[in-house]
Design a protein around this ligand. Structure first.
Ligand code: GDP
Ligand code: IMO
Ligand code: MG
Length: 431
Protein backbone atom coordinates (compact mmCIF):
# COMPACT_ATOMS: atom_id res chain seq x y z
CA UNK A 1 0.00 0.00 0.00
CA UNK A 2 1.46 3.37 -1.02
CA UNK A 3 -0.88 5.48 1.09
CA UNK A 4 0.47 8.58 2.72
CA UNK A 5 -0.50 11.65 4.71
CA UNK A 6 1.21 14.96 3.91
CA UNK A 7 1.12 17.48 6.77
CA UNK A 8 2.63 20.94 7.11
CA UNK A 9 5.20 20.84 9.89
CA UNK A 10 5.37 24.61 10.50
CA UNK A 11 3.07 27.64 10.03
CA UNK A 12 1.95 26.66 6.52
CA UNK A 13 3.38 27.34 3.07
CA UNK A 14 6.05 24.67 3.51
CA UNK A 15 5.67 23.59 -0.14
CA UNK A 16 2.97 20.95 0.46
CA UNK A 17 1.44 21.55 -2.98
CA UNK A 18 4.65 20.76 -4.81
CA UNK A 19 5.30 17.66 -2.72
CA UNK A 20 1.76 16.29 -3.06
CA UNK A 21 1.91 16.81 -6.82
CA UNK A 22 5.24 15.01 -6.98
CA UNK A 23 4.12 12.06 -4.86
CA UNK A 24 0.68 11.30 -6.25
CA UNK A 25 1.31 10.59 -9.92
CA UNK A 26 0.42 6.87 -9.67
CA UNK A 27 -2.18 7.02 -6.92
CA UNK A 28 -5.95 6.61 -7.20
CA UNK A 29 -6.96 9.43 -4.86
CA UNK A 30 -5.73 12.70 -3.38
CA UNK A 31 -7.98 13.85 -0.54
CA UNK A 32 -7.88 17.31 1.10
CA UNK A 33 -8.98 16.73 4.65
CA UNK A 34 -9.50 20.21 6.18
CA UNK A 35 -9.41 23.96 5.66
CA UNK A 36 -10.84 25.91 2.79
CA UNK A 37 -9.78 28.59 0.34
CA UNK A 38 -7.42 29.99 2.97
CA UNK A 39 -4.88 27.51 1.55
CA UNK A 40 -2.70 28.40 -1.40
CA UNK A 41 -0.82 25.41 -2.78
CA UNK A 42 1.55 26.24 -5.62
CA UNK A 43 2.67 23.80 -8.28
CA UNK A 44 5.12 24.67 -11.04
CA UNK A 45 5.34 22.53 -14.13
CA UNK A 46 7.93 24.03 -16.46
CA UNK A 47 6.81 27.59 -17.18
CA UNK A 48 3.26 26.97 -15.89
CA UNK A 49 2.31 28.02 -12.39
CA UNK A 50 -0.86 26.72 -10.74
CA UNK A 51 -2.16 27.89 -7.36
CA UNK A 52 -4.83 25.64 -5.87
CA UNK A 53 -6.98 26.76 -2.95
CA UNK A 54 -9.74 24.17 -2.60
CA UNK A 55 -8.88 21.55 -5.21
CA UNK A 56 -6.45 18.88 -3.98
CA UNK A 57 -2.93 19.12 -5.39
CA UNK A 58 -3.35 15.85 -7.31
CA UNK A 59 -5.52 17.59 -9.89
CA UNK A 60 -2.72 18.13 -12.40
CA UNK A 61 -2.33 14.39 -13.01
CA UNK A 62 -4.93 13.05 -15.43
CA UNK A 63 -5.60 9.75 -13.72
CA UNK A 64 -5.82 10.99 -10.14
CA UNK A 65 -9.24 11.36 -8.52
CA UNK A 66 -9.58 14.32 -6.14
CA UNK A 67 -11.82 14.30 -3.09
CA UNK A 68 -12.65 17.45 -1.15
CA UNK A 69 -13.08 15.83 2.24
CA UNK A 70 -15.77 16.23 4.86
CA UNK A 71 -13.43 18.21 7.11
CA UNK A 72 -13.29 21.09 4.63
CA UNK A 73 -15.26 24.34 4.47
CA UNK A 74 -16.07 24.96 0.82
CA UNK A 75 -16.93 28.24 -0.85
CA UNK A 76 -18.83 27.13 -3.97
CA UNK A 77 -18.11 30.42 -5.78
CA UNK A 78 -14.35 29.92 -5.32
CA UNK A 79 -14.61 26.26 -6.26
CA UNK A 80 -16.39 27.03 -9.51
CA UNK A 81 -13.80 29.68 -10.40
CA UNK A 82 -10.95 27.28 -9.63
CA UNK A 83 -12.42 24.51 -11.77
CA UNK A 84 -13.03 26.88 -14.67
CA UNK A 85 -9.51 28.35 -14.40
CA UNK A 86 -8.00 24.86 -14.68
CA UNK A 87 -10.26 24.03 -17.60
CA UNK A 88 -9.15 27.20 -19.35
CA UNK A 89 -5.61 25.93 -19.08
CA UNK A 90 -6.69 22.68 -20.73
CA UNK A 91 -6.81 20.66 -17.50
CA UNK A 92 -10.10 18.84 -17.30
CA UNK A 93 -11.02 18.08 -13.74
CA UNK A 94 -14.79 18.01 -13.55
CA UNK A 95 -15.01 14.23 -13.97
CA UNK A 96 -12.30 13.66 -11.37
CA UNK A 97 -13.50 16.00 -8.66
CA UNK A 98 -15.60 14.53 -5.87
CA UNK A 99 -16.95 16.58 -2.99
CA UNK A 100 -17.93 15.05 0.34
CA UNK A 101 -21.61 15.77 1.00
CA UNK A 102 -20.60 16.23 4.65
CA UNK A 103 -18.22 19.15 3.99
CA UNK A 104 -19.40 22.51 5.32
CA UNK A 105 -20.80 25.06 2.87
CA UNK A 106 -19.10 28.43 3.19
CA UNK A 107 -21.28 31.40 2.28
CA UNK A 108 -20.48 35.05 1.46
CA UNK A 109 -21.71 36.08 4.93
CA UNK A 110 -18.96 33.95 6.49
CA UNK A 111 -16.40 36.05 4.60
CA UNK A 112 -18.08 39.28 5.66
CA UNK A 113 -18.18 38.14 9.30
CA UNK A 114 -14.51 37.15 9.09
CA UNK A 115 -13.58 40.68 7.91
CA UNK A 116 -15.74 42.39 10.50
CA UNK A 117 -14.43 40.25 13.37
CA UNK A 118 -10.86 41.09 12.36
CA UNK A 119 -11.70 44.81 12.24
CA UNK A 120 -13.29 44.56 15.67
CA UNK A 121 -10.22 42.86 17.15
CA UNK A 122 -8.02 45.74 15.90
CA UNK A 123 -4.47 45.28 17.22
CA UNK A 124 -5.37 41.85 18.57
CA UNK A 125 -6.51 40.58 15.16
CA UNK A 126 -5.39 37.13 13.97
CA UNK A 127 -4.45 38.34 10.50
CA UNK A 128 -6.76 35.82 8.81
CA UNK A 129 -6.89 35.29 5.07
CA UNK A 130 -10.40 36.80 5.04
CA UNK A 131 -11.83 33.70 3.40
CA UNK A 132 -14.55 33.16 6.01
CA UNK A 133 -12.91 30.13 7.58
CA UNK A 134 -13.54 30.82 11.28
CA UNK A 135 -17.22 31.80 10.87
CA UNK A 136 -17.89 28.77 8.61
CA UNK A 137 -16.40 26.35 11.16
CA UNK A 138 -18.30 28.16 13.89
CA UNK A 139 -21.56 27.45 12.05
CA UNK A 140 -20.53 23.82 11.67
CA UNK A 141 -19.63 23.34 15.31
CA UNK A 142 -22.73 25.09 16.61
CA UNK A 143 -24.77 22.90 14.23
CA UNK A 144 -26.39 25.73 12.30
CA UNK A 145 -24.48 25.58 9.03
CA UNK A 146 -25.30 24.07 5.66
CA UNK A 147 -23.39 21.22 4.09
CA UNK A 148 -22.36 20.54 0.51
CA UNK A 149 -25.02 17.82 0.36
CA UNK A 150 -27.63 20.57 0.60
CA UNK A 151 -26.70 21.62 -2.93
CA UNK A 152 -28.50 18.49 -4.11
CA UNK A 153 -31.83 19.64 -2.68
CA UNK A 154 -34.60 20.50 -5.14
CA UNK A 155 -34.06 24.14 -6.23
CA UNK A 156 -37.07 25.45 -4.37
CA UNK A 157 -36.07 23.86 -1.07
CA UNK A 158 -32.49 24.99 -1.45
CA UNK A 159 -33.56 28.55 -2.17
CA UNK A 160 -35.84 28.60 0.84
CA UNK A 161 -33.16 27.19 3.13
CA UNK A 162 -30.52 29.63 1.89
CA UNK A 163 -32.76 32.64 2.31
CA UNK A 164 -33.42 31.56 5.89
CA UNK A 165 -29.69 31.24 6.53
CA UNK A 166 -28.90 34.65 5.00
CA UNK A 167 -31.64 36.38 6.97
CA UNK A 168 -30.26 34.89 10.16
CA UNK A 169 -26.71 35.97 9.22
CA UNK A 170 -28.05 39.45 8.42
CA UNK A 171 -29.34 39.68 11.95
CA UNK A 172 -25.87 38.89 13.30
CA UNK A 173 -24.35 41.43 10.92
CA UNK A 174 -26.64 44.16 12.11
CA UNK A 175 -26.76 43.30 15.83
CA UNK A 176 -23.11 42.47 16.41
CA UNK A 177 -21.44 44.74 13.89
CA UNK A 178 -23.98 47.35 12.85
CA UNK A 179 -23.23 46.22 9.29
CA UNK A 180 -25.29 46.29 6.10
CA UNK A 181 -27.37 43.18 5.34
CA UNK A 182 -26.59 40.96 2.36
CA UNK A 183 -29.09 40.71 -0.50
CA UNK A 184 -30.75 37.41 0.41
CA UNK A 185 -32.72 36.79 -2.78
CA UNK A 186 -29.87 37.65 -5.14
CA UNK A 187 -27.45 35.39 -3.28
CA UNK A 188 -29.94 32.55 -3.01
CA UNK A 189 -30.60 32.69 -6.75
CA UNK A 190 -26.87 32.67 -7.46
CA UNK A 191 -26.43 29.64 -5.24
CA UNK A 192 -29.22 27.75 -6.97
CA UNK A 193 -27.43 28.30 -10.30
CA UNK A 194 -24.10 27.27 -8.77
CA UNK A 195 -25.68 24.17 -7.29
CA UNK A 196 -26.42 22.90 -10.81
CA UNK A 197 -22.70 23.09 -11.58
CA UNK A 198 -21.49 21.59 -8.33
CA UNK A 199 -24.17 19.07 -7.27
CA UNK A 200 -23.08 16.38 -9.77
CA UNK A 201 -19.69 16.25 -8.00
CA UNK A 202 -21.15 15.80 -4.52
CA UNK A 203 -20.81 12.25 -3.19
CA UNK A 204 -21.12 10.14 -0.09
CA UNK A 205 -17.46 10.03 1.01
CA UNK A 206 -17.95 6.72 2.82
CA UNK A 207 -19.14 5.12 -0.39
CA UNK A 208 -16.44 6.44 -2.74
CA UNK A 209 -13.62 5.50 -0.37
CA UNK A 210 -14.68 1.85 -0.17
CA UNK A 211 -11.74 0.78 -2.34
CA UNK A 212 -9.30 2.64 -0.08
CA UNK A 213 -10.67 0.92 3.02
CA UNK A 214 -10.46 -2.44 1.28
CA UNK A 215 -6.89 -1.76 0.14
CA UNK A 216 -7.64 -1.98 -3.58
CA UNK A 217 -7.22 1.79 -4.12
CA UNK A 218 -4.48 4.10 -2.90
CA UNK A 219 -4.83 7.54 -1.35
CA UNK A 220 -2.73 10.54 -0.38
CA UNK A 221 -4.29 12.67 2.36
CA UNK A 222 -3.32 16.30 1.84
CA UNK A 223 -3.27 18.67 4.79
CA UNK A 224 -3.59 22.42 4.44
CA UNK A 225 -1.99 25.02 6.74
CA UNK A 226 0.49 23.51 9.22
CA UNK A 227 0.89 21.97 12.64
CA UNK A 228 1.49 25.31 14.38
CA UNK A 229 -1.77 26.66 12.91
CA UNK A 230 -3.83 23.72 14.22
CA UNK A 231 -6.84 24.84 16.30
CA UNK A 232 -5.92 22.51 19.18
CA UNK A 233 -2.16 22.03 18.93
CA UNK A 234 -1.08 25.31 17.34
CA UNK A 235 -0.18 28.71 18.72
CA UNK A 236 -3.72 29.55 19.88
CA UNK A 237 -5.41 31.96 19.32
CA UNK A 238 -3.18 32.77 16.32
CA UNK A 239 -4.24 29.66 14.45
CA UNK A 240 -6.76 28.58 11.85
CA UNK A 241 -10.07 26.97 12.80
CA UNK A 242 -9.43 23.33 11.83
CA UNK A 243 -7.21 20.39 12.74
CA UNK A 244 -4.37 20.49 10.25
CA UNK A 245 -2.56 17.74 12.21
CA UNK A 246 -2.95 13.97 12.02
CA UNK A 247 -6.26 13.83 13.91
CA UNK A 248 -7.79 16.06 11.25
CA UNK A 249 -6.74 13.56 8.59
CA UNK A 250 -8.91 10.97 10.32
CA UNK A 251 -12.00 13.06 11.04
CA UNK A 252 -11.73 15.02 7.79
CA UNK A 253 -11.58 11.92 5.61
CA UNK A 254 -13.54 9.31 7.54
CA UNK A 255 -10.71 6.86 6.96
CA UNK A 256 -9.33 4.78 9.82
CA UNK A 257 -5.63 5.12 10.74
CA UNK A 258 -4.74 1.74 9.21
CA UNK A 259 -5.32 3.40 5.79
CA UNK A 260 -2.77 6.14 6.45
CA UNK A 261 0.54 4.50 5.49
CA UNK A 262 3.46 6.91 5.69
CA UNK A 263 2.99 10.18 7.57
CA UNK A 264 5.21 12.84 6.03
CA UNK A 265 5.82 16.23 7.61
CA UNK A 266 6.88 19.02 5.27
CA UNK A 267 9.37 21.56 6.64
CA UNK A 268 11.04 24.49 4.94
CA UNK A 269 14.80 24.63 5.52
CA UNK A 270 14.00 27.89 7.34
CA UNK A 271 10.70 29.24 8.66
CA UNK A 272 7.90 31.57 7.64
CA UNK A 273 4.63 32.76 9.06
CA UNK A 274 1.80 34.86 7.56
CA UNK A 275 -0.50 36.74 9.88
CA UNK A 276 -0.02 37.62 13.52
CA UNK A 277 1.23 35.72 16.55
CA UNK A 278 4.49 34.75 18.23
CA UNK A 279 7.47 33.67 16.09
CA UNK A 280 10.59 33.25 18.25
CA UNK A 281 13.12 32.86 15.41
CA UNK A 282 11.75 35.71 13.29
CA UNK A 283 14.39 37.87 11.58
CA UNK A 284 13.14 41.42 11.68
CA UNK A 285 15.97 43.24 9.92
CA UNK A 286 17.83 42.98 6.61
CA UNK A 287 18.36 39.24 6.96
CA UNK A 288 14.62 38.61 7.11
CA UNK A 289 14.07 40.74 4.03
CA UNK A 290 16.75 38.98 2.03
CA UNK A 291 15.38 35.55 3.02
CA UNK A 292 11.94 36.72 1.86
CA UNK A 293 13.30 37.84 -1.48
CA UNK A 294 15.43 34.71 -2.00
CA UNK A 295 12.48 32.45 -1.17
CA UNK A 296 9.80 34.50 -2.95
CA UNK A 297 7.94 34.55 0.35
CA UNK A 298 4.69 36.25 -0.58
CA UNK A 299 1.33 34.62 0.22
CA UNK A 300 -0.14 32.42 -2.52
CA UNK A 301 -3.67 33.35 -1.36
CA UNK A 302 -3.44 36.95 -0.17
CA UNK A 303 -0.11 38.15 -1.62
CA UNK A 304 0.94 39.29 1.88
CA UNK A 305 4.67 39.40 2.65
CA UNK A 306 5.52 36.37 4.78
CA UNK A 307 7.48 36.89 7.97
CA UNK A 308 10.78 34.98 7.72
CA UNK A 309 13.19 33.47 10.24
CA UNK A 310 15.50 30.60 11.08
CA UNK A 311 14.52 26.93 11.33
CA UNK A 312 13.00 26.31 14.75
CA UNK A 313 13.91 22.81 15.93
CA UNK A 314 11.95 23.12 19.18
CA UNK A 315 8.75 23.64 17.20
CA UNK A 316 9.71 21.10 14.51
CA UNK A 317 10.32 18.35 17.06
CA UNK A 318 6.92 19.13 18.53
CA UNK A 319 5.36 18.77 15.06
CA UNK A 320 7.14 15.44 14.51
CA UNK A 321 5.83 14.13 17.84
CA UNK A 322 2.26 15.45 17.61
CA UNK A 323 1.80 13.92 14.16
CA UNK A 324 3.82 10.75 14.70
CA UNK A 325 5.77 11.47 11.55
CA UNK A 326 7.34 8.50 9.79
CA UNK A 327 9.36 10.78 7.51
CA UNK A 328 10.23 14.43 6.98
CA UNK A 329 10.63 16.26 3.68
CA UNK A 330 12.77 19.40 3.69
CA UNK A 331 11.88 22.02 1.08
CA UNK A 332 13.51 25.18 -0.26
CA UNK A 333 17.03 24.10 0.66
CA UNK A 334 18.22 26.07 -2.40
CA UNK A 335 16.97 29.31 -0.81
CA UNK A 336 19.86 29.08 1.68
CA UNK A 337 22.49 28.56 -1.07
CA UNK A 338 24.10 32.00 -0.81
CA UNK A 339 24.31 32.29 2.97
CA UNK A 340 27.68 32.17 4.71
CA UNK A 341 26.13 31.03 8.00
CA UNK A 342 22.82 29.47 8.99
CA UNK A 343 21.23 29.34 12.43
CA UNK A 344 18.89 26.78 13.94
CA UNK A 345 17.04 27.30 17.23
CA UNK A 346 17.69 24.24 19.35
CA UNK A 347 16.16 25.41 22.64
CA UNK A 348 14.11 28.22 24.15
CA UNK A 349 14.87 30.32 27.19
CA UNK A 350 12.41 32.38 29.22
CA UNK A 351 14.22 34.80 31.52
CA UNK A 352 17.42 32.73 31.36
CA UNK A 353 15.55 29.51 32.19
CA UNK A 354 15.61 26.77 29.62
CA UNK A 355 12.26 25.21 28.70
CA UNK A 356 12.09 21.42 28.57
CA UNK A 357 9.95 21.41 25.39
CA UNK A 358 7.74 23.46 23.10
CA UNK A 359 5.30 25.55 25.19
CA UNK A 360 1.73 25.03 24.03
CA UNK A 361 0.71 28.29 25.69
CA UNK A 362 1.05 31.15 23.21
CA UNK A 363 1.73 33.62 26.03
CA UNK A 364 4.84 31.68 27.01
CA UNK A 365 5.92 31.29 23.37
CA UNK A 366 5.88 35.05 22.88
CA UNK A 367 8.37 35.38 25.76
CA UNK A 368 10.73 32.68 24.49
CA UNK A 369 14.22 33.60 23.35
CA UNK A 370 15.75 31.06 20.98
CA UNK A 371 19.13 29.47 21.69
CA UNK A 372 20.90 29.07 18.36
CA UNK A 373 23.37 26.62 16.92
CA UNK A 374 25.30 27.98 13.95
CA UNK A 375 26.09 26.07 10.75
CA UNK A 376 28.49 26.96 8.00
CA UNK A 377 26.72 27.82 4.74
CA UNK A 378 27.62 25.92 1.56
CA UNK A 379 27.65 28.95 -0.74
CA UNK A 380 27.13 26.78 -3.80
CA UNK A 381 24.02 26.19 -5.94
CA UNK A 382 21.98 23.09 -5.07
CA UNK A 383 19.08 23.38 -7.49
CA UNK A 384 20.65 20.96 -9.99
CA UNK A 385 21.35 18.29 -7.35
CA UNK A 386 19.29 15.11 -7.75
CA UNK A 387 21.15 12.72 -5.43
CA UNK A 388 22.30 13.17 -1.89
CA UNK A 389 25.89 12.82 -3.01
CA UNK A 390 25.48 15.79 -5.37
CA UNK A 391 24.92 18.14 -2.40
CA UNK A 392 27.80 20.20 -0.97
CA UNK A 393 29.26 18.72 2.24
CA UNK A 394 28.03 21.63 4.38
CA UNK A 395 24.47 21.17 3.10
CA UNK A 396 24.60 17.48 4.00
CA UNK A 397 25.87 18.36 7.44
CA UNK A 398 22.95 20.72 7.93
CA UNK A 399 20.47 18.03 6.83
CA UNK A 400 22.11 15.37 9.01
CA UNK A 401 21.67 17.67 11.98
CA UNK A 402 18.00 18.28 11.15
CA UNK A 403 17.40 14.54 10.81
CA UNK A 404 19.08 13.68 14.10
CA UNK A 405 17.27 16.38 16.04
CA UNK A 406 13.88 15.72 14.44
CA UNK A 407 14.21 12.05 15.33
CA UNK A 408 12.64 11.25 11.97
CA UNK A 409 14.22 10.17 8.70
CA UNK A 410 14.44 12.83 6.03
CA UNK A 411 12.95 11.03 3.03
CA UNK A 412 13.00 13.88 0.54
CA UNK A 413 14.70 17.19 -0.14
CA UNK A 414 13.32 19.82 -2.47
CA UNK A 415 15.87 22.06 -4.18
CA UNK A 416 13.65 24.16 -6.45
CA UNK A 417 10.03 24.82 -7.26
CA UNK A 418 9.79 22.48 -10.24
CA UNK A 419 8.44 18.92 -9.99
CA UNK A 420 11.78 17.45 -10.99
CA UNK A 421 13.86 19.37 -8.45
CA UNK A 422 13.81 16.66 -5.78
CA UNK A 423 16.24 14.38 -4.03
CA UNK A 424 14.64 11.20 -2.64
CA UNK A 425 16.35 9.42 0.23
CA UNK A 426 14.45 6.34 1.42
CA UNK A 427 17.04 5.61 4.05
CA UNK A 428 17.53 9.14 5.33
CA UNK A 429 20.41 11.56 4.89
CA UNK A 430 22.80 10.19 7.49
CA UNK A 431 25.38 7.76 6.15
P1 GDP B 1 2.04 25.24 0.44
O1 GDP B 1 0.96 26.13 0.91
O2 GDP B 1 2.65 24.43 1.53
O3 GDP B 1 1.65 24.39 -0.73
O4 GDP B 1 3.19 26.20 -0.07
P2 GDP B 1 3.01 27.53 -1.00
O5 GDP B 1 2.71 27.10 -2.38
O6 GDP B 1 2.11 28.48 -0.36
O7 GDP B 1 4.45 28.16 -0.85
C1 GDP B 1 5.59 27.48 -1.23
C2 GDP B 1 6.29 28.28 -2.33
O8 GDP B 1 7.62 27.78 -2.47
C3 GDP B 1 5.65 28.13 -3.69
O9 GDP B 1 5.82 29.33 -4.39
C4 GDP B 1 6.45 27.02 -4.35
O10 GDP B 1 6.47 27.11 -5.75
C5 GDP B 1 7.82 27.27 -3.79
N1 GDP B 1 8.66 26.07 -3.60
C6 GDP B 1 8.30 24.84 -3.18
N2 GDP B 1 9.39 24.05 -3.03
C7 GDP B 1 10.45 24.81 -3.34
C8 GDP B 1 11.87 24.61 -3.33
O11 GDP B 1 12.37 23.54 -2.98
N3 GDP B 1 12.65 25.65 -3.69
C9 GDP B 1 12.14 26.86 -4.06
N4 GDP B 1 13.00 27.82 -4.39
N5 GDP B 1 10.83 27.11 -4.07
C10 GDP B 1 10.00 26.10 -3.71
P1 IMO C 1 -1.41 26.77 3.24
O1 IMO C 1 -2.30 25.55 3.10
C1 IMO C 1 -0.05 30.02 5.82
C2 IMO C 1 -3.00 31.67 8.58
C3 IMO C 1 -3.48 33.09 8.36
C4 IMO C 1 -3.76 33.51 9.79
C5 IMO C 1 -4.33 32.24 10.41
C6 IMO C 1 -5.85 32.19 10.44
O2 IMO C 1 -1.19 27.50 1.97
O3 IMO C 1 -0.15 26.41 3.95
P2 IMO C 1 -7.68 31.78 8.55
O4 IMO C 1 -7.95 32.54 7.27
O5 IMO C 1 -7.36 30.35 8.34
O6 IMO C 1 -8.73 31.99 9.58
O7 IMO C 1 -6.35 32.51 9.16
O8 IMO C 1 -3.84 31.18 9.62
N1 IMO C 1 -3.16 30.77 7.42
C7 IMO C 1 -2.14 30.34 6.67
N2 IMO C 1 -0.83 30.65 6.70
N3 IMO C 1 -0.51 29.10 4.92
C8 IMO C 1 -1.81 28.77 4.90
O9 IMO C 1 -2.30 27.77 4.14
C9 IMO C 1 -2.71 29.42 5.76
N4 IMO C 1 -4.03 29.36 5.98
C10 IMO C 1 -4.30 30.18 7.00
O10 IMO C 1 -2.49 33.88 7.75
O11 IMO C 1 -2.55 33.79 10.44
MG1 MG D 1 0.40 28.11 0.86
Amino acid sequence: MENRVVIGGQWGDEGKGKIVDTLCRDLDWVLRYQGGANAGHTIHIGADKHVLHLIPSGALHDGVKCLLGGGMVIDPWSLRDEILALEQKGIDVRDRIFIASTAALLMPYHKRLDELKEEQLKRKSIGTTGRGIGPAYLDKIQRTGMRMGDLQLPAENLERKVIEMILSANETLSTNYDAEPLASRVLAEELVVLAKFIAPMVVNPYEVLKGVRQGTESVLLEGAQGTLLDIDHGTYPFVTSSNSTIGGAMTGSGLPPRCFGEINGIFKAYLTRVGNGPFPTELLGEQGISLREAGGEYGATTGRARRCGWFDMVAARYAADINGLTGAIITKLDVLDDLAAIQVATAYEVEAERLPCFPVDGNILSRCRPVYQEFKGWEKPTSECRRLTDLPAAARKYLEFLEAELGTLIVGISVGKDREQMIWTDTGVTT
